[in-house]
Design a protein around this ligand. Sequence first.
Ligand code: ATP
Length: 281
Amino acid sequence: MLSIEKLNFSYKKKALYKDLSINFRKSHIYGLFGKNGSGKTTLLGLISGTLFSKEGKIRTLGFDPKNRETSMLSEIFYLPEQFILPELSSKNFVKLYSSFYPNFSITEYKEYSNSLEIEDSKNLKNLSMGQQKKFLLAFGLACNCKLNILDEPTNGLDIPSKSVFRRLVSSCIDETKCFIISTHQVKDIENIIDYVCILNNAEFVLDISLEYLSKIIEMKIQDSVSGEELYTEAIALGQYSVIKENKSGNTSNIDMELLFNASILDNSKLQEFCKGKENEK
Ligand SMILES: Nc1ncnc2c1ncn2[C@@H]1O[C@H](COP(=O)(O)OP(=O)(O)OP(=O)(O)O)[C@@H](O)[C@H]1O
């Protein structure tokens, strides 16, 4: 679906990635996380061909994204964090832009719009930001693209819409599609993603399936720490959230915020542990 090999990219002198490599496969929903300025949005631009890199190789749906070929673009739905909608009615927007997407379904668009409580608008510019985003989401999901890139999709969505969003994305994923969702709102998507990719200091410090992760680590609240933990975080007087090796044989619940904090530390024990387990595979 999408492969990145030894990618280097910098704006002026600051290197954003150093030999970055990762694969995104179909039928998965990836959560892309990283601190502010870690380069998530830039990566999404490189993948979709709005930014270019001189070093490294990217193959998006089998294409070099630099060339922005129609066959590639018609299979990518990219919801940017910030966007400006044209002064068009929703009907005209759908009529005009759906022609770029061969698998667009008007029935699905109507269904998704209903679910997200989007009404027809005479001028999209007059909708609130949250309404505009919901309109784009309904439109984009109905495009049935192979690659779906969502940058902060839940920002600005009201509380009920966030759960509708999760339901819709979960119902849209199939063996032909891949979703990459970049966000800081980890709680909004933690129940729908099945892969977690964490970008930090120019590299992916974690790129792992949540199913696998939940078998190899466990997260607990303890009154004390033994030193054997992979990560500890003081949460209240005398209490700690900890990450440990999972020796129970059962799957454990993953708290994404704790996972993130543990992954981005210098000399992170969790990172080393996960790398070791991957090598053992
Ligand atoms: N056009 C540009 N010119 C110069 N520097 C830029 C440009 N766009 C982004 N940057 C810088 O590149 C770095 C990565 O930016 P990017 O938007 O990719 O990060 P991000 O991980 O998406 O951040 P956030 O989580 O805050 O949205 C930042 O330090 C930013 O200032």
